[in-house]
Design a protein around this ligand. Structure first.
Ligand SMILES: NC(=O)c1ccc[n+]([C@@H]2O[C@H](COP(=O)([O-])OP(=O)(O)OC[C@H]3O[C@@H](n4cnc5c(N)ncnc54)[C@H](O)[C@@H]3O)[C@@H](O)[C@H]2O)c1
Ligand SMILES: O=C(O)CC[C@@H](O)C(=O)O
Length: 530
């Protein structure tokens, strides 16, 4: 079998490839070069990017077999997440991988704009010993205004408190008490602008924050303020900042991020009181290793078809690891439901009983839907597009928890009524230390068989000699029979269920042949074939 292809579109830590392991074919392209990216995407099952690769709708459409986009870092502004969701492509990032590095770079820029360190360095290396020219200001006792008190803003607050700065914060979306615990006073934007000696930006770039430090805000700042932006370009309007620096209203600026990147030419570069870095917030060995390893792990999980709790476009929150094998069971039972029903019910009920019912089970419900739709939907069903596909097909799901499970420690039951009125149900559990998947009920018949790939089922009139006849019919149809079970109890239509565990799945024609030979009214396999 061909290996899945992981396309690395930007420079990542070597630990990324190590964490992916040998099961993947690794290819490389230059994500910032559109032609190179678009040419490489059609062969890729996963693509790993940083911030320089634009994974927009066009790029996502070019990735015809793409299943996951891994963003080795925080920001998703270069990934069209809604387009990825529509295409069933999972988006994973590493939201905490580089926050310490970004906070530390911010501290560096605050010190640089306070003490003119890069300018003094350049002058001295140019042969000039000029001490008076680079006189700076102390941080201690001055007021730092933090715009955005999320992960990085909070880390910056802690670090700058240690420098003896007074902290103000503006962030209407953090819980009450958060700022106080960091030693910061929450203020409105106006007060932040008017009272801060230093302003540091830690906002996401959104329609609301783009240009938030523009003409109006820069008119209201405390004269002589020093501004640092290591968040996203465009939050501080570069043209307005240039004007304010020229006028002296802003004394200095430290800028790591630009509205258009890469940025190698900007009026800001002409100014002595500006310190710039080329988007280096995450530029440390530690951050890159953390980001690379985190996305590599998520990509491995996603390509194995498993649920990835960190996925940005699967909103299910934390999923307990104990639930993982139950997700796989639910998906398989979903596939068997479809194979048995041959149609989709309008409304599906997923009942979970016993010990696992104490978990948050939204992921299990989704796994069931994924399993139900996978055999009938072209183009792949993922945790990402399953809700949308279900909605398009009018499949409504109801999750019922807390049902008693007397015979098994835990039980998953899927049932629904088909448009023709037939009620279909399938139930399964996990048994033993290894959590073997077992089917314990099908169409109301009590069975107990392992949920192996080679399962075949037949509904046949309850006649003597059925088991021998079924064995012979299957052998004649070319099946290697490992075991046969008759399920008499539970069904109410006078038929019995024959469950056959076969060494390998039977082709549909062979299944039909076996059904005819044993006089069954129908026969079907575990998975419906396309
Ligand atoms: N320079 C780099 O290399 C680098 C590295 C990592 C992150 N970043 C960027 O840093 C920024 C912050 O990252 P984070 O991980 O701390 O994000 P975060 O989501 O943890 O924090 C952002 C904060 O901004 C607040 N916010 C949103 N809109 C606001 C508004 N209109 N007014 C006031 N507050 C508002 C939110 O409530 C949140 O608390 C992001 O833009 C991220 O992309 C840059
Ligand atoms: O270094 C990068 O690629 C981007 C770093 C940072 O801005 C992020 O969004 O994670």
């Amino acid at each position: 079998m061909d290996k899945a292809v992981v396309l690395i579109a930007e420079e990542l830590s070597p630990a990324t490839v190590d964490a992916l392991g040998p099961e993947f074919e690794i290819r490389y392209c230059t994500g910032a070069d559109r032609a190179s990216l678009l040419a490489a995407l059609p062969g890729a099952d996963a693509v790993l990017v940083r911030s320089a690769t634009r994974m927009d709708a066009e790029a996502i459409a070019a990735g015809t077999r793409l299943k996951v986009i891994g963003r080795a870092g925080v920001g998703l502004d270069n990934v069209d997440v809604p387009a990825a969701s529509r295409a069933g492509v999972m988006v994973v990032n590493a939201p905490t991988s580089n926050v310490v590095s970004a906070a530390e770079l911010t501290v560096g820029l605050l010190l640089a704009v306070a003490r003119n360190i890069p300018q003094a360095d350049a002058a001295l290396k140019g042969g000039q010993w000029q001490r008076g020219r680079f006189t700076g200001v102390e941080l201690s006792g001055r007021t730092l205004g933090i715009l955005g008190l999320g992960r990085i803003g909070s880390l910056v607050a802690r670090r700058m408190a240690a420098f003896g700065m007074r902290l103000l914060a503006h962030d209407p979306y953090v819980p009450a008490g958060h700022a106080e615990r960091l030693g910061a006073r929450v203020v409105g934007l106006d007060e932040l602008l008017e009272s801060s000696d230093f302003l540091t930006v830690h906002l996401p770039r959104t329609p609301e924050t783009t240009g938030i430090l523009g003409f109006d805000a820069l008119q209201r700042v405390k004269p002589g303020v020093r501004i640092v932006n290591a968040a996203r370009g465009g939050i501080v309007d570069e043209a307005e900042l240039y004007a304010a620096l020229k006028e002296g209203r802003v004394a200095a600026a430290g800028i790591d991020v630009f509205a258009t990147e890469p940025c190698t030419d900007s009026p800001l570069f002409e100014l002595d009181n500006v310190v710039v870095t080329p988007h280096l917030g995450a530029g440390t060995a530690e951050a890159q290793e953390r980001a690379g390893v985190a996305v590599a792990r998520s990509v491995r999980e996603a390509l194995a078809g498993r649920f990835v709790p960190e996925a940005c476009n699967v909103r299910l929150g934390e999923v307990d690891a104990e639930l993982d094998p139950w997700l796989a069971l639910a998906e398989r039972l979903g596939g068997l439901f479809t194979a048995t029903a041959g149609a989709l019910p309008g409304r599906l009920r997923v009942t979970v009983g016993g010990e696992i019912a104490r978990h948050e089970l939204a992921a299990l419900e989704l796994a069931t839907v994924k399993g139900i739709l996978a055999p009938v939907v072209e183009g792949g069903v993922t945790y990402v597009n399953a809700p949308l596909l279900a909605q398009e097909r009018g499949l409504d799901t109801e999750l019922v928890t807390g049902a008693e499970s007397t015979a098994h420690r835990s039980l998953v039951r899927i049932e629904g009524t088909l448009p023709g009125g037939e009620h279909v149900s399938v139930s399964g559990t996990l048994t033993g230390h290894r959590g073997g998947e077992r089917l314990v009920e099908l169409l109301g018949h009590d069975v107990d068989v392992p949920l192996g790939d080679g399962l075949a089922f037949f509904l046949a009139p309850d006649e003597s000699g059925l088991i021998a006849g079924a064995g012979e019919a299957l052998a004649r149809a070319g099946a290697a029979v490992e075991s046969l079970r008759l399920a008499r109890t539970g069904g109410d239509d006078g038929t019995v269920l024959v469950a056959a565990a076969l060494a390998a799945p039977l082709e549909p024609a062979a299944l039909d042949d076996a059904a005819v030979r044993m006089g069954a009214v129908r026969g079907w396999g575990l998975e419906r074939r396309r």
